[in-house]
Design a protein around this ligand. Sequence first.
Ligand code: TEU
Length: 561
Amino acid sequence: AKRRDWWRDAVIYQVYPRSFADSDGDGMGDLEGVRSRLPYLRDLGVDAVWLSPFYASPQADAGYDVADYRAVDPMFGNLLDADALIRDAHELGLRIIVDLVPNHSSDQHEWFKRALAEGPGSPLRDRYHFRPGKGTDGELPPNDWESIFGGPAWTRVTEPDGSAGEWYLHLFAPEQPDFNWDHPAVGDEFRSILRFWLDMGVDGFRIDVAHGLVKAAGLPDLGAHDQVKLLGNDVMPFFDQDGVHEIYRQWRLILDEYSGGDKGPEGASAEGRGRETGGRIFVAEAWTPTIERTANYVRPDELHQAFNFQYLSAAWDAAELREVIDRTLESMRPVGAPATWVLSNHDVTRHATRFANPPGLGTQIRTAGDRELGLRRARAATLLMLALPGSAYVYQGEELGLPDVVDLADEVRQDPAYFRGAGQDGFRDGCRVPIPWTREGSSYGFGDGGSWLPQPAGWGELSVAAQTGAPGSTLELYRSALGIRRSRNDLGAGDSVEWLKAPEGVLAFRRGEFVCVANTTGESVTTPAYGRVLLASDEVTETDAGEAKLPADTTVWFTTP
Ligand code: TEU
């Protein structure tokens, strides 16, 4: 039988290590905590685990500020723990994807520290974007770009002689200086880092800010950007520049060396554990204005997948969802890449809270909204997502129906975006509150030493222990859905859906011997007799004639006769 690439329809679970499980009681999750919970992830039924950064880091941006790309931060463990985690995961049939942060380093990275210490003219400064300031005394930033976390994208340094000196570029926090990808040493270093983790046995990389590495030549002011816009190229001079694709074509060659390319059986690689675990992949975190532009990252000689942020940003609305689904499938088909579907991650309000609020508020929500409604819709949205062709991402805790914690006090918050007044995507602590594993006990089973963000009262009612085996629980819904998906060929496979006629506010489509109906309205609807009900996000009643009555905000899966 012809082997299918595992990643084309994989369900990939995002672990945010600091908030998953704490093995040593310091209030911070760690790699050993993740390892101890691997059986939970296997039983949940996911195919792979993507870990947010656990590298040596001062944690100015929760680890997305890397000081040493080849070391584990002591807070998370050490390289032996990483090795044990990868090994155990593979034994359980789970693949491991690590996070690569190539757009910027930490300001505590060796190169940056030396660049500062050596002063103007240091060759190390060429590996970042250092520039003299404007104005009579260089007191103005070199251009008008703003940081995504708020404030100017430039910080002025104090030179070794104590004078106010050059400025350096940081698209995110000042502790995250952007690399200059025009410098050959930067590319060499990252190709070497890729090999380091491939030799460790990882199955892939999530590429942070994959659209940001290359900046427009001359770092033009945003004023000039308007001309770019007129050319129909709706991008910022620091995002989605054509030059990034050359980088990914080089990376792909390295990955394929470890994957056996398109040839060969599962993981026919020359070296390493790729042999046991199959092809290795890249997934791009690229916030592009349209899904059509996202498709450029997943051409056959570049990356394998890119997160579908258009889907994540859609409201719980049939018409809007259908448009995103159609555009996604149409964009991915010509390049032969699987569509991906994402509802939550560590940067946005959890979907159980997003959908609890009126549509149109985007990914940034400040109120808890109508909890019960949010959960209903989240459950329905999940069944819809898991029935679509392609790969799906699950963010830790969504399988418990966790809401965002919207009332965290300023004193406990750690997100730099919050404190810098963030632009579009601040307020990210609320989706990062540690996972409840048990009903009672110290930090509800997260660990023995409290939790780095306080868990709200009642968190234990949402715990894994409380939901395991509980009929109708969100955890059991995920387990059933993932189990059904694994046992059939017709859910994640392929690159299209066959839409069926449905009333306004309802989505219905067929995939092989499978039909999915999602009712996004506030009223119940009755479907034709499609077949036997496999699973539903709420109670569905069937008539003798085989019609099914769906309550408001409910998705149902049928298997057709
Ligand atoms: O996020 C990149 C990024 O661009 C997002 O912050 C984005 O702007 C926003 O979520 C969408 O509106 C990545 C990481 O996921 C994030 O946690 C880091 O803070 C950021 O990179 C910097 O490394």
